[in-house]
Design a protein around this ligand. Sequence first.
Ligand code: FE2
Length: 192
Amino acid sequence: MNIIESNYAAAANKRMTAERYEHTLAVAESAKEIARTHGVSVQDAEVAGLLHDYARDLSAEELLRIAESDGLIAYEIERRFPVLLHGPVGSWLVRSELGVESQSVLQAIAVHTVGAPGMDKLAKIIYLADLIAAGRTCPIVRKLRLAVKGDLDQAMLLSLAFSIRHMLKRGKMIHPQTFAAWNYFIGRGKPV
Ligand SMILES: [Fe+2]
């Protein structure tokens, strides 16, 4: 890890609980591995992995306050469940506090929780790394760990299908961007 990345790691460590920071390191590791397989910048993957949950330990009030004042609220569901804002707010904070400029890294951080149509390779990698990193135990984790070695769109469809089903079963609200992501990937002609 170079000096820039270690500064990011220190900044992340400062903003996060110990468990979150441990998760962050695991996501950075997974992201690097997937990036290597798919010919994506390993450094971008590491930075985005380290910083993806930068705003995750902010309170709901703080997330809402920052999102309101910086125009980051896109859907009503985000006011009801401010935790959904930790991606967009984290992306905004790493640009303003840490000077991260890469649009791809910023976008990957912004959409890592709910997904989005048009996700680039790095965004897919961070979304997936978050689910399969060491310590994750979701029921499809083994399937996903294999899937990320192949087609990333296919892996996205698997994980979006899982998360939509999971929310439906529990009678929970679903972020419209998650449906939009599903429609986008299914529309690319690679059904599950
Ligand atoms: Fe997150």
